[in-house]
Design a protein around this ligand. Structure first.
Ligand SMILES: [Zn+2]
Length: 204
């Protein structure tokens, strides 16, 4: 029986310990570098690859569906040089923590990462979002079960999403995102999803 798809372990409490085994390429040092980069992440410009990939277009589209709520968004979130405020508000709500019914202003660069990958794949269907924003309470609840807890997660900062594209191989999606250096890329092939974030480029 498949275990429920709630979160990627590498951005969960205690991840640094577990990721020593599941991060053969990035490893603990790579993960910690990503974590340590969090403090400055908010000031980072979009990853170069993302900026290059999206610079030519006049509109950027997001097509997503939330696994838990079945809510979705399909529309333009950036047009003619600026983010569309109303669209971002709708996206923030769809990306909310469903267990707490709590939303946060998502980092719009995350939508650029998703758009870049989606566009490069030539996909037409919506991303299925398994995890977006995670409220502190959600992390704290998990933290109580572990003594070695990392309280840092890009999901808590509204900068990460765990996604899959129906009909698309998760490995191929992760490889493409990693090659493009769109940000953080974590492959969870057994569970069929990929962690994507707009933090420092790293992979596991
Ligand atoms: Zn994740």
């Amino acid at each position: 029986m498949r275990r429920p798809l709630f979160a990627c372990p590498c951005c969960e409490p205690g991840a640094a310990q577990r990721c020593e085994t599941v991060l053969p390429e990035a490893g603990r040092r790579g993960f910690l570098a990503g974590v340590l980069g969090l403090g400055a992440a908010a000031a980072l410009p979009p990853p170069d690859a993302v900026a290059q990939a999206i610079s030519a277009g006049s509109a950027r589209r997001s097509a997503i569906q939330r696994v838990q709520t079945h809510e979705g968004f399909d529309g333009v979130y950036w047009r003619d040089g600026r983010y569309v405020r109303e669209a971002l508000g709708q996206l923030d709500w769809v990306f909310r923590d469903p267990s707490m019914e709590e939303a946060t202003p998502m980092d719009p660069r995350l939508f650029d990462v998703l758009f870049t990958v989606w566009n490069r794949l030539g996909a037409s269907g919506a991303f299925q979002v398994i995890s977006g924003y995670r409220a502190p309470e959600t992390n704290s609840a998990k933290a109580r079960s572990s003594r070695r807890v990392s309280r840092v997660s890009l999901h808590m900062s509204g900068m990460a999403a765990d996604v899959r594209l129906p009909g698309r191989d998760s490995f191929a999606m992760a490889r493409l995102a990693a090659e493009m250096q769109t940000g953080g890329v974590g492959l969870y092939r057994r569970d069929g999803f990929v962690h994507l974030d707009c933090g420092p480029a790293r992979r596991w």
